[in-house]
Design a protein around this ligand. Structure first.
Ligand code: UT7
Length: 335
């Protein structure tokens, strides 16, 4: 890497992009596969349908399309991008999918790597990239959240399969020495409670030769204790957001938009209530996409910008939470 140092103090948000596969799986269709109903899923989660990847929609493809979108909005020459961080738990290549996205974009000057933190992944990646920018090492970064959980869902488990879908989003962020629109952040992990939500290694034993065993690569479907994850989210997310608002001297009235990881409408409403943020400020699109893991937050931001909801200088309080268990929050000003 070429040695560069910029005299920069802050981060500016320059563009957003997103992509979802065309295939739509409605609640009605799921109820032909498992014992559930549109009414049950909608009332317990707010979800009506989700997108499912088919060939040509893997994490690299989706991440590339979302990133290209964000780069076009930012009006950047791809050669000026220094960093690409891809948040995903479902890479198309376990060695990392970010380099393939870098190649597809032709962003040959960018360093590119994956970051895994499940549903907190996008937020953790955004925080990571922002620290590189503020540290003076990089000027322009693309942060992508993309997941293809449909490949790892147990489609016979009605307690979890109803929640998830596939999709991707991306933000283009730039270092600046004029202001700082990345106002603050907080991150937490509690591995003790990790068993509430897993996509575990299969541990299939096989033999190489004589007495030498090895474990064949592969993953078991998602295992989830829905009630515990629910309780965790409605307790911890308000706490971390309140702490962040206090530390940054922002009252919840100053928040224009609450952009939470799109897990369950009841979680979104409960967090909003605890922060005294009115429903009209809580952005939600999970009805159409379900939980796209690392994809939800940038997908939501991109949609809200396209719909003229999020505007220049709006204050966004955002929080990601999920497997790990991990959770975090960031306060940003758009633009
Ligand atoms: O990124 C984080 C990802 N994970 C999450 O966000 C999960 C958070 N948790 C949740 O969203 C909720 O816990 C669920 C939506 C998963 C479940 O809702 P719930 O209100 O917590 O339901 P429950 O697990 O308490 O189950 C209530 C009943 C049970 O029946 P019994 O034991 O009362 O007879 C379940 O067997 O609902 C049954 N049930 C279903 N019925 C119809 C569970 N799943 C279904 C289903 N359709 N899909």
């Amino acid at each position: 890497m070429e040695e560069k140092k910029f005299n920069q103090i802050g981060v500016s948000f320059k563009g957003s992009g997103s992509y979802v596969p065309d295939q739509i799986l409605t609640n009605q269709k799921i109820s032909k596969k498992v014992d559930t109903s549109d009414e049950w899923i909608k009332s317990r989660t707010g979800i009506s349908e989700r997108r499912i990847s088919s060939l040509g929609d893997n994490v690299t493809d989706m991440g590339y399309k979302a990133a290209l979108n964000a780069i076009e909005k930012a009006n950047w020459d791809v050669n000026t991008i220094d960093l690409i961080v891809l948040a995903t738990s479902t890479p198309h290549d376990l060695f990392g999918s970010a380099p393939s996205i870098q190649a597809k974009l032709g962003a040959s000057n960018a360093v590119a790597f994956d970051l895994t933190a499940a549903c907190s992944g996008f937020l953790f990646a955004l925080i990571t990239a922002s620290q590189f920018l503020k540290g003076g090492n990089f000027k322009r970064a693309v942060v992508i959240g993309a997941d293809q959980l449909s490949s790892f869902v147990d489609w016979n488990d009605r307690r979890s399969c109803i929640l998830f879908g596939d999709g991707a989003g991306a933000l283009a962020i730039e270092a600046t020495n004029e202001f700082d629109n990345f106002i603050g952040f907080n991150m937490r992990t509690d591995g003790e409670r990790g068993s509430f939500l897993n996509l575990p290694f299969k541990n299939d034993r096989d033999s190489i030769i004589d007495n030498i065993d090895f474990l064949r690569g592969g993953f078991s479907p998602i295992q989830m204790n829905g009630q515990e994850v629910y309780k965790f989210a409605v307790k911890e997310v308000p706490i971390i957001l309140k702490k962040l608002l206090k530390e940054t001297n922002y009252s919840s009235e100053r928040v224009d938009w609450l952009v939470l990881h799109q897990a369950n409408q009841r979680i979104l409403d409960s967090v909003g209530d605890k922060l005294k943020i009115p429903r009209e400020k809580i952005l939600s699109n999970l009805e159409k996409y379900g939980n796209t893991s690392a994809g939800t937050i940038p997908l939501m931001i991109d949609e809200a910008i396209k719909n003229n909801k999020i505007k220049q200088n709006d204050i966004i309080a955002t929080s990601g939470f999920g497997a790990g268990l991990s959770w975090g929050a960031a306060l940003i000003k758009w633009g």
